[in-house]
Design a protein around this ligand. Structure first.
Ligand SMILES: O=c1[nH]c(=O)c2[nH]c(=O)[nH]c2[nH]1
Length: 305
């Protein structure tokens, strides 16, 4: 007889990151997204699994993960609660040994970036994550230098992004993409001309809003063939519309969204269900400045996606 007692135990796949795109309207050009982090915990008759190594009662955690993604396709995500109820009931009612299922869900809330110039709406910004930054340097010899910025502004286009025609060598397995999600967490810094920096009463808040608006609009409106191209468009838009900004530096981690293969479950994934990976990530960085102006913004800052 063992002296030890197996007490509370549960298992399942934690932190399944699922992004579901739903297309609405006659032509499907109005996109809605739900972005969840779903954790599954199963409780039940798992004594033998723990004590004898007999896995006859064990539904693999891999299966619980697949179920989350397949349910995204089959049932959609009306709300975190509704999705959780579907999953919890499914696990308990479909497998005898499973007596309880607990589904924990975090939802990342996205709000629409409105693009008044077009009917199609598929651009979003993550709510409430953004931080404004400012760096002021004053020197006896060179005067005042102001670098404004923002970080942690996470944005997504759920279509109008392609990536193909790239180099293919021995190690390239990436498939060409003709319709993908493009998402990034923007770190932007912009240097003001000496004129703006010295101007008494310069409206820095207004200037900030204008740059931010131009960055967002350019991200939303650019039909992208790479994040590099989007980066350039965003910076150019700021330089075009904000005459007192001389230089823009952008650090754009490519927040990859991989289409989940639902074919093994007899389901077609028509660019609807994605796995949102947080690591590793492409990191696209660059400075664009007015011709004849010396760049002043440091290029070596550590950026974490
Ligand atoms: O926009 C992109 N630029 C890249 O350089 C790249 N590389 C990659 O694997 N995916 C992407 N996407």
């Amino acid at each position: 007889m063992s002296k030890h007692v197996l007490a509370q135990n549960q298992y399942g796949k934690a932190e399944n990151r699922i992004v579901k795109v739903t297309r609405k309207g006659n032509d499907g050009s109005w996109h809605e997204i739900r972005d969840l982090n779903v954790s599954v915990a199963l409780r039940g008759e798992f004594r033998d699994v723990h004590l004898t190594g007999d896995n006859a009662n064990c539904l693999p955690t891999d299966t619980t993960k697949n179920t989350v993604y397949a349910f995204g396709k089959e049932h959609g995500i009306a709300s975190p609660e509704a999705f959780g109820i579907l999953l919890a009931k499914h696990f308990v009612s479909s497998q005898d040994p499973i007596r309880e299922a607990q589904i924990r869900i975090e939802e990342f809330a996205w709000e629409r970036i409105p693009v008044p110039t077009r009917k199609e709406q598929h651009s979003f910004a993550l709510k409430g994550t953004e931080v404004r930054t400012a760096q002021v340097t004053y020197s006896e010899t060179t005067g005042l230098q102001v670098v404004s910025g923002l970080k942690d502004l996470t944005v997504m286009n759920s279509t109008n992004s392609e990536f193909h025609g790239f180099i293919k060598d021995r190690y390239t397995i990436l498939k060409e993409a003709y319709d993908r999600i493009l998402a990034t967490k923007v770190t932007a810094r912009w240097a003001h001309s000496a004129l703006a920096a010295d101007e008494a009463g310069y409206d820095w808040d207004q200037a900030y809003k204008k740059v931010r608006k131009n960055l967002l609009e350019a991200f939303a409106e650019t039909y992208s063939y790479s994040l590099q191209q989007t980066l350039n468009q965003m910076a150019e838009r700021v330089l075009d519309n904000c005459p007192k900004v001389n230089e823009v530096r952008l650090n754009l981690p490519n927040k990859h969204h991989f289409l989940v293969d639902l074919e093994p479950f007899g389901l077609k994934n028509d660019n609807e269900v994605y796995f949102a990976a947080d690591r590793m990530y492409g990191l696209i960085e660059g400075t664009i400045h007015r011709d004849g102006v010396q760049p002043v913004i440091a290029t070596s800052d550590w950026i974490v996606a």
